[in-house]
Design a protein around this ligand. Sequence first.
Ligand SMILES: Cc1ncc(COP(=O)(O)O)c(C=O)c1O
Length: 391
Amino acid sequence: MEIQLMNVQRQHGTYAEEYETAVLQVLRSGRYIGGAEVSAIENEFADYEGAKYGISCGNGTDAIILALRALGIGKGDEVITVSWTFFATAESIAAVGATPVFVDVCADTYCMDVSKVEEAITEKTKCILPVHFYGHSADMDSLREICKKHNLFLVADCAQSAGTRYKGERKNTLGDISCFSFFPTKNLGCDGDGGMILTDNEDIARACRALKVHGSGRDGLWTLKREYDLKGEELPQNLPDGESKYYNYLIGYNSRLDAIQAAILRKKLTHLEEFINNRRNNAAFYNAALKNTSYVIPFESEECYHSYYIYALKHHNASDIMKRLQNKGVSCGTYYPVPLHLQGAFADLGYKMGDLPVTEELSRTTFAIPVFPELRDEERDYIINALLESE
Ligand SMILES: Cc1ncc(COP(=O)(O)O)c(C=O)c1O
């Protein structure tokens, strides 16, 4: 048997007719950028997660970049984040000119270790950026408290956590700004690239909307004024004053979700709870079958409703076990093999092996197995047998 780690083709097949009809409608409408489908998914996804405003964009990486820019974060600022995440989390911080400051994660939830955050705060810190890793929520209430105490922004990287709940509600996973990815394999994935920013703050929403379309026109001028206000500096005099989109006030981005992706996302959103239930059922099945083995099963804290974007096991012999699974046709992988503080791209930050022991250990001992919603019963049985034979 050959089982893929993630299988988006199968997801398409489940509701193919629905998705294809929606795409055809967009193709025939002639409205490919912006328009009703894009506005609708912004409202529907914001409603689903429990936020006031949704601002769609090109991908999850852009969502973080736009969020940080909308908060006026840039050169000379520090953002506290985790190293146990996908590269884009810290890449986005560096992309706006700020410096990522890495803290370790908890050995059980794999999310930001809140007890390490305050010692990382300096006078340059502007923001804390946790990741709801694998679909498990970070400890948002404690982080909110720290942000309030130190007057910092809280930006949540929710790329892996559409549908995750914390203290009973999806909205409790959100920060001042929350950044989602609709990469095809994600809990809610489109058939290409896509992303969304959620916020309850009207000013932040307006700034994100301006920045994602080149910062032009009235909203661009307004956003520029806001950037100067946030820095406490005087706005340059004699700026040309024009409303049209061909008057540009700041260097923004071209980061749009297209109407075809929006139409697909709208259909998939109606099935998202079913997809997450299936992920959770697969996880529960694995947990029960592996309970008394040498595999360490994923942790779900009492406060969290895990969405299992990734189901990762922990084992001291992870690399050999992965080879054995692969030989038996079970695709698996480490998410992620190189923690960000040890990535070449961040070498100039001066971190070294040993700085974040939990993160480093997890990168050596964890591996993900298939948990996608359309996994078949016989495949789950096969995976468990392969794991038991590989122990
Ligand atoms: C934790 C995390 N942050 C950010 C991103 C970036 O999202 P995208 O690939 O849509 O740019 C991803 C995507 O894989 C992710 O997993």
